[in-house]
Design a protein around this ligand. Sequence first.
Ligand code: KG4
Ligand code: ZN
Length: 371
Amino acid sequence: MTSGRIIAVETSCDETAVAVVQEGRRIVANVVASQVALHAATGGIVPEVAARAHLRWMIPVLEEAERRSGISDWSDVEAVAVTEGPGLAGSLLVGITMAKTLAYVHGLPLVPVNHLEGHIYAAWLLDHDDPDRPAPEFPVVALVVSGGHTFLVEMTDHLTYRLLGQTVDDAAGEAFDKVGRLLGLPYPGGPAIMRAAAAAQRRDRQFPRAWLGETFDFSFSGLKTAARRAIEAEAGASVDGSSNGEGPGVRPGTRAETAENSDGLPEPVVAELAYAFQESVVDVLATKTGLAAERCAARTIILGGGVAANTVLRDRIAARAAALGIPLVVPRPALCTDNAAMIGAAGFFRTRAGTRAPRDLDARPSLKLAV
Ligand code: KG4
Ligand code: ZN
């Protein structure tokens, strides 16, 4: 059967997802059960809680994808694609077991997909408002920025990756989440920081940028420390300020009139710090991506991963791409965060390239995309 119709399963982290994708591009069904609310209570993901939630939602999500795609007799499904890694072992195992079972029962090939290539292949997916968009042209330079990964790769063809640079410490999303927590913002920190930053009145505070020389590597731990120190200094200032009403660090007109966040920082200060932090991350990511695209004579820039949902980052990289006269392809936010449609897109090209999972396919929590 060469229908081009792939069913895909993704459970690498905290979204239970099943999708049906046609020819690697058209989304027939895309069902995602998010655990964000569950993990918000603990301020982060507890692996065993995530794995059990996948177990709870796997079948309902599959049934919903079957219903929406109308594939109930499975006669026109070409292959089952599944995320084999990287990710949380217990989470991955649930999706892999589901996909193995489907492939076995329906006599279909099982095709393993790297979660990170999924984030890149989200750029191949078509949207309702853009149904005729041409496929990205190679060479592609792709920036993947998620909660667990931050790297730049060059693709000269399908499924061919050359690593240009990667984070030497925290992932960009991880930095957003940690600083969000320090600022007393809700989990996940990325969207919360973006919202807070948009309201910033003062925009002149500077946080450090780690350029790491001429490399395409990234580092966010120094920035995180700088943000923590600034937050602590402000928290101290606002405690001082509340004792006499006008202590050092208290800006006239902020404390008295404005709400405070859960940690007692005035909202304008939270906004100002969120803005400075986001600017530092975005500046480094956009500058390095632009330079990499220039160096590789890229014909397309792709941006993927959860942090690509950040509109400031999208706009900044779009400006870089425009300056180079090449398109930037960024999936809509729901396709930037974890989903199975992106695994179906990559899975289609893997299916056609002949990639097949061994019968004893296991989770690969530390799987790399390229070295
Ligand atoms: O790709 P993803 O859904 O999961 C992983 O594979 O990690 O990425 C999740 C990450 C989280 O760190 C979250 O804070 C971040 O993406 N994120 C954002 C935004 N939306 C999600 N970061 C910055 N701005 C956003 N709007
Ligand atoms: Zn991801």
